[in-house]
Design a protein around this ligand. Structure first.
Ligand code: V47
Length: 447
């Protein structure tokens, strides 16, 4: 074993033993070919996804997802120290699934001004946060310069903190308010470049919802459609920003729609990773880039740009399945997904999205006990300490929703995992100094 392998606990798993035990414990024989495909690192097809949804052998589904997650990340469970800032809930859209949005004159509407946001950023940095996750509604009046000023002010006051900000629909809104709406892709690129110059470090995965026109029109008419969401992320990747992707499920969509959503993301990531995979010597099956690990064989931090020397490229780092919470939304009559559906859907995300390195169980929406369970069903990331979260209030939670690092680490350890603090682009974080508030990111050695 090389010294690097010895130092990396992710290397110490034995997938062949896992495959054997999966084979012998299968209760649904229809899953046999799926087990073989997963064991061989081959891509699953739509009908495999259907079967994973239909089968009553949920243990097998979770076991298969666990195999894939261990092949990529071994026993590691990632978390980060972050803060979410929802700068305003004023939104021009009326998405029926959303309980967060308000009209400007409506009770409960708020806007945080820049000094207030900076104050929160400094408080977060002082508490050791490595990331600010900044999103809000589509504010009808704020000019583009306001957003640039916000990023610059935070950057100046808290220079080390990574700014993961603005979902794709906010970026399209910013393109419009910057008067570059008619410039098409060039305008979009210019907006993203301006935001990056002001301090933007990556894009969060929000607003993807479910890529289907019927669902779009029923639950979030007015929001951008799949093609536009994907275009924003593609251009962000081209200029070197990493991003994430979400899937909001358990409302008016079908399981079939979810599989479509995952296939669309998978196709886009195949395209994004093609140059990198060729340079890495990763064999492709047609256009498919299947990531089977170990850590050296999945993209980490940023990609070397396939075309231009010295430039970075971005990619989808993480899929985040978000269970729908009906409370307070116009779809309040719907039941929302069950615990088993949450477990199964996350496992299926891991299995179908074979080219996205990470699967996040966002504890705020999944709850921490469910997130802990999901670490053994495909998830490798718990998101972070969060503190303030205003988009959903699961089980009547207040906006103050915080867990400590100790809680996240304990949740991982209790499941037999090794907790690892990461930064936004999945570099390991090393803490130092007397209080543990000082930190540095460790660049991966090979990619
Ligand atoms: O885009 C809104 C969803 C998203 C509801 O990128 C709802 O690391 C459930 O995108 N029930 C925002 N979900 C959250 C998000 C996210 C979270 C954590 C990490 C990352 C990341 C991204 O929340 C929205 C929308 O899809 N949402 N309302 C609801 N009632």
């Amino acid at each position: 074993m090389t010294p690097a392998a010895a130092a990396d606990p992710a290397r110490h798993t034995a997938p062949s033993a896992t495959v054997k035990s999966l084979r012998t414990r299968l209760r649904d024989p229809r899953l046999r070919p799926v087990v073989e495909k997963v064991a061989e690192g081959r891509r699953l097809l739509r009908e495999d996804g259907r079967l994973l949804y239909e089968t009553t052998d949920l243990h097998a589904v979770c076991g298969l997802a666990d195999l894939v997650r261990r092949r990529l990340h071994g026993d590691l469970a990632f978390y980060n120290v972050n803060r979410h800032i929802n700068y305003s809930n004023v939104c021009a859209l009326r998405c029926s699934f959303c309980a967060f949005r308000r009209r400007r004159d409506e009770e409960g509407a708020y806007e945080m001004d820049i000094p207030r946001i900076v104050e929160e950023a400094v408080r977060s940095a002082d508490a050791g946060a490595t990331e600010l996750h900044i999103v809000g509604g589509l504010h009808p009046y704020l000019p583009f310069d306001h957003y640039l000023g916000m990023l610059r002010a935070i950057r100046e006051a808290a220079p080390q903190v990574h700014l993961k900000a603005f979902t794709a629909v906010e970026i399209v809104h910013l393109q419009r308010v910057s008067k570059r709406g008619r410039e098409g892709e060039a305008g979009l690129r210019a907006v993203l470049e301006d935001l990056r110059a002001a301090g933007l470090g990556s894009l969060p995965g929000g607003g993807a919802e479910v890529f289907d026109d019927r669902v779009h029109d029923a639950a979030f008419k007015g929001k951008i459609r799949a093609e536009q969401w994907l275009e924003v992320h593609r251009v962000a990747h081209e200029i070197g920003l990493n991003s994430n992707a979400t899937m909001l499920y358990g409302h008016v969509e079908t399981r079939e729609d979810r599989l479509t959503h995952l296939e669309v993301l998978r196709r886009e990531q195949d395209r994004t990773l093609a140059g990198w995979a060729a340079a890495q010597g990763i064999a492709r099956d047609g256009d498919a880039v299947v990531l089977t690990g170990p850590a050296e064989r999945h993209p980490r931090a940023r990609l070397p740009h396939p075309g231009a020397a010295g430039l970075d490229g971005g990619y989808f780092q993480t899929i985040i399945p978000l269970p729908f919470f009906p409370d307070g939304s116009d779809l309040g009559h719907l039941p929302g997904p069950s615990g088993l559906e949450n477990l199964r859907t996350l496992a299926i995300c891991r299995l179908m999205l074979d080219n996205v390195p990470h699967v996040k169980s966002f504890w705020i929406m999944q709850t921490l006990p469910m997130a802990q369970l999901q670490l053994a069903a495909g998830a490798d990331d718990l998101d972070g300490t969060v503190v303030w979260y205003d988009i959903t209030h699961v089980g009547g939670a207040s906006t103050h929703q915080e867990v400590g690092v100790d809680d996240l680490r304990r949740a991982a350890r209790e499941g037999g995992f090794i907790p690892v603090e990461r930064d936004t682009i999945y570099r390991r974080v090393e803490r130092f100094g007397p209080t543990g508030r000082d930190w540095r990111s460790i660049e991966p050695t090979a990619s």
